[in-house]
Design a protein around this ligand. Sequence first.
Ligand code: PAD
Ligand code: ZN
Length: 362
Amino acid sequence: MARAAVLHAVGDKTLDLRDDITPIDPGPDDVRVRIRATGVCHSDLSVMTGVLPATLPAVLGHEGAGEVVAVGDRVTGIRPGDHVVINWTPNCGVCGYCDSGRPYLCTVFVGRAFRDAKFRQGDADPGVYAMAGCGTFAEEITVPRLGVIKIADDVPFEYAALLGCGLPTGLGAVFNTAALRPGATVAVVGAGGVGLSVIQGARIAGASTILAVDPNTAKHPTALDFGATHTATLDDLADVKAELAPRGFDHVFEVVGRAAAIETAYGLAGRGGEVIVVGVAPGSEKVTLNPFQLVFDGKTVKGSLYGECDLVRDVPRFVNLWRAGRLDIERLITRRIRFEELNDAIATLERGEAIRQVVLFD
Ligand code: PAD
Ligand code: ZN
């Protein structure tokens, strides 16, 4: 039996930190992974508040990395001992989305996550589900072979964990969704863990101006460290925009998860500009846009799921950027913690006092 953090009900402020949870046995196409590091992402909090759906009780966590400990009979290309990043949207490889080069839209495995329990508590039958089918807030998990990406052994596990969500979501929004060209102007609304990865991606891609917008001024120096050229709060945003980009920005990324932030982002986009929505807002909220402006300014509003990444293709590219010294992963990690400190980490994230906190299982 192993340790895992279970959410019993939407609205619970804390997770139940247990030591009697075991993953289901791997099927022929599954692998079992010993999780070595897992990041705490805002999406975990969003399951606790009901913004993101999940079947409960569930082990939360989706940004993880670890070591393969067992593989099913039909598994190829992965063996025990391999280091892997967990992919929270494994792609089946044969559906219409996969066929058309959009593996991040594949719903085959994500759909199963709502139906199939992935853990057992004590000696009971499996009855504990896993967030997005992963549940990386656990010492061991069982996931489909297609849900793991092999990574070189010298990449630290805590860096590999971040390559499972925050980094691909942020970098991919820039490289894949925006296909940003050098010299473009960028604004990023929300400078948390994912927003800083957008900022870093925009710097790598050669953006000329990168404005970080965050009401929490404590995030501003960090945003500048990661490549933002300017910062603003919501209060001085109009003045900063008037000075920096009176005609608006080419690409504006919303990385908060609130309808109001999408509206802020829309107001920052210039003629022909685009708003890329990365944050996941409550489905109950409504966004108000000026429809006249949408057409006559030729604006675009587009969602970006998982940075529109193909993780098999993109994780090695991100590792190359890190090796070349161009991608800073270390400074995204503001706190390395033990499993027992997970609830404190969630409270810290909610208070906006962290970038990425990573649980290390030893
Ligand atoms: P975070 O809590 O680390 O950062 C959010 C930031 O937004 C904080 O710095 C806040 O101060 C700031 N903020 C709050 N309100 C506003 C506002 N009105 N305007 C500007 N800034 C504001 O979260 P995160 O970076 O871990 O996640 C951000 C969102 O991205 C969240 O909604 C999460 O669920 C989503 C996400 N989406 C995907 C995807 O596939 N699209 C993947 C991973 C995370
Ligand atoms: Zn995430």
